[in-house]
Design a protein. Structure first.
Length: 209
């Protein structure tokens, strides 16, 4: 089983809760697992836009690509290959400004490709990778699990929606929230969340065996 861990927080684990979640998951998932990390803050990932479309068109016509076109096509293919090769995809990311970090958005843009991860049909779009499993590890300083705040949360909701669009229904989540909103309870909230990440990693490893 191939596991891809998409790390989307470049803050140190002492400051970034989702960075710590990533560390805890990696420390507990088991050394025999075939795990690869895709750190979106360390990869060369030009923004998705016209350069990508030009690169795809030129590539299809065997035309020479300029530097930025070659960079973005290489980056997009690397992300897509990593995503497609994985049986399980783990996303570790924070809620920043009500949404996901920009480099994670670029990763999603790279793997959101008609004919590869989804297709259009007369009945509507159809996901093409339903066999995958997704694990979401997310941290947010406020509380967004209430009915009033849930519509404002555009990180977990977004990732879940995109994965559903790809046909993936097997999605598990560990969410740590409220540690900034309730500083007097922050340590307890974070410790409880890390225990759940540890349990998730360990149960995942047992399931693999």
């Amino acid at each position: 089983m191939n596991v891809l861990v998409v790390k989307a927080n470049n803050r140190p684990a002492s400051e970034g809760v989702s960075s710590k979640m990533y560390d805890v998951f990696m420390d507990n998932v088991g050394t025999d697992a075939n795990i690869k990390t895709f750190d979106v803050f360390k990869e060369d990932m030009p923004y998705f836009g016209q350069d990508f479309f030009d690169a795809m068109q030129k590539s299809a016509q065997a035309e020479e690509l300029n530097d930025i076109e070659q960079r973005i096509l290489t980056a997009a293919n690397k992300a897509m290959d990593a995503f497609l090769d994985a049986d399980v995809v783990v996303f570790a990311f924070p809620l920043w400004n009500k949404t996901i970090p920009a480099p994670l958005q670029t990763f999603i843009d790279y793997v959101y490709r008609a004919g590869v991860t989804f297709k259009y049909t007369e009945e509507g779009p159809q996901g093409l990778v339903p066999e995958k499993k997704v694990i979401i590890l997310n941290a947010r300083g406020g509380v967004y699990s209430t009915p009033e705040m849930a519509p404002s949360e555009m990180s977990v909701n977004y990732i879940r929606m995109i994965m559903n669009f790809f046909g993936i229904e097997d999605i598990e989540e560990v969410i740590i929230e409220g540690h900034n909103m309730y500083p007097d309870k922050a340590q307890e909230i974070i410790e409880d969340g890390m225990k759940r990440v540890e349990e998730m990693a360990q149960s995942f490893e047992k399931a693999r065996v």
